[in-house]
Design a protein around this ligand. Structure first.
Ligand SMILES: [Zn+2]
Length: 167
């Protein structure tokens, strides 16, 4: 994804700062390579981040969400594939992998710690549901422009394209 788009996300959402992902995990794909998706998915990624951000803030979680990878996942619907085609590739979809950094022990009493852990668990479930929702949405989102699309093939390239971008 274009670096200016990546920077826009990092300005809006602190968990999208690549430096902080890299600090938490030097091998982080996100920290090292950024968003490995095309610009057409910027809009849905921005919406997903906004919803994660809201869920996270609402829960009042103090530990950090660390982004591990943002990219494209695909699956091949055949056992012995000689050549990839739009028929045997099942989908292209947005993957968003993350983990929560450990809840820091701030000398809080056991009761408070338990409450924080429960809140963290609840927010994780909420975030996982959001990621799932956007994963499904990305399958029909044009990777070039963000419009409505389907998986298509052009030469060796297989991608989600809308009619206009495919033409
Ligand atoms: Zn398009």
């Amino acid at each position: 994804m274009d670096i200016t788009l990546e920077n826009k996300l990092a300005e809006k959402y602190s968990f999208m700062r690549r430096e902080s992902s890299k600090r938490q995990n030097p091998y982080s794909a996100y920290g090292n390579f950024g968003c490995m998706i095309k610009d057409g998915w910027y809009q849905i990624l921005d919406e997903l981040c906004a919803e994660i951000w809201a869920a996270y803030k609402e829960a009042g979680i103090t530990s950090d969400l660390v982004v591990d990878e943002i990219g494209v996942s695909s699956a091949v619907d055949a056992q012995h594939v000689v050549e990839l085609t739009a028929e045997n590739v099942k989908y292209h979809e947005l993957i968003f992998r993350y983990h929560m950094s450990d809840v820091k022990d701030s000398g809080a009493d056991a009761m408070k710690e338990k409450m924080v852990l429960e809140a963290t668990q609840a927010v994780r479930e909420r975030i996982d549901a959001l990621i799932e929702q956007y994963r499904v949405k990305s399958r029909t989102t044009c990777e070039e422009c963000g419009g409505q699309g389907v998986l298509r093939q052009r030469g060796k390239e297989i991608e989600v394209w809308c009619v206009a971008c495919y033409a």
